[in-house]
Design a binder for this molecule. Structure first.
Ligand code: URA
Length: 240
């Protein structure tokens, strides 16, 4: 059971103070009866609430898929730069979502945002081996030794030995390459540092998949949408 004003406030219907007025004025019904007590204890899963005769759709968690643009920080707050949370509309910000793992400021592509701490943990913990797939452009061609080194576990600049990763060549040109990289963990600047350890540089990085879930390519950079139930089921199927 929760207070009526708290439930409505969490869903973005106003501050607790504003809701006290709204409720007092008789705009809120619980199970079709006008209530005037803002502290009324309700069961948000069972009770039917109307505000201004519109039914309130209750949910605790939200799950968003964003095509993260270049130049935006994947954090909930930053003193200087725009964050991915700034790109969300108020209706989603009220749920206080946070990014699932981080993408660098200049990395684009699939970023999940949720307020579901359990799912977040399972997706980012290396223990669960959820693959992250990246499309990358490299400043030099890739050779078989690079592919083998990724498979064996690249050693990063700080001595850390990465888990096995898969490096696939999409196109090798004379002085550059386009590749697909699959990693199971998400260390700081991981993919860039893996290539650095091979003396090569990532010049463009885009995440295309998170576990079994693929980026909806119809989302322009900076756009986002809620996950469908089917996509949520796909995410959970990572552990089946
Ligand atoms: N690896 C990186 O180097 N950067 C990212 O943003 C994600 C993975």
């Amino acid at each position: 059971m929760e207070r009526l004003d708290k439930v409505l406030s969490n869903l973005g219907y106003g501050t607790r103070k504003e809701l006290k007025q709204i409720i007092k004025k008789g705009y809120v019904k619980v199970n079709n009866i006008i209530v005037k007590d803002n502290g009324l204890q309700i069961d948000p899963e069972k009770d039917i609430i109307h505000v201004n005769d519109e039914e309130v759709i209750y949910r605790e968690f939200i799950y968003l898929m964003m095509n993260k643009p270049d130049g935006v920080i994947s954090a909930t707050f930053d003193n200087r730069d725009e964050t991915v949370i700034d790109l969300l509309c108020y209706e989603h910000q009220v749920f206080e979502p946070f990014p699932v793992g981080r993408l660098d400021k200049d990395t684009v592509g699939l970023l999940l945002l949720t307020n579901d701490g359990d799912l977040n943990h399972k997706l980012i913990s290396p223990k669960w081996h959820v693959d992250k797939v990246y499309y990358a452009e490299i400043n030099m061609p890739i050779d078989e030794a690079d592919i083998k080194a990724f498979k064996d576990g690249v050693i990063l600049d700080d001595g850390y030995k990465c888990m096995e990763a898969e490096l696939e060549i999409i196109e090798n040109l004379q002085d550059s390459a386009r590749v697909k990289v699959t990693v199971q963990e998400g260390k700081y600047h991981q993919v860039k540092r893996m290539f650095e350890s091979r003396g090569k540089k990532v010049v463009y990085l885009k995440r295309t998949n998170f576990g079994n879930l693929a980026l909806d390519e119809s989302l322009e950079e900076g756009e986002y949408r809620e996950l469908t139930q089917e996509e949520l089921d796909i995410l959970y199927s990572n552990w089946e």
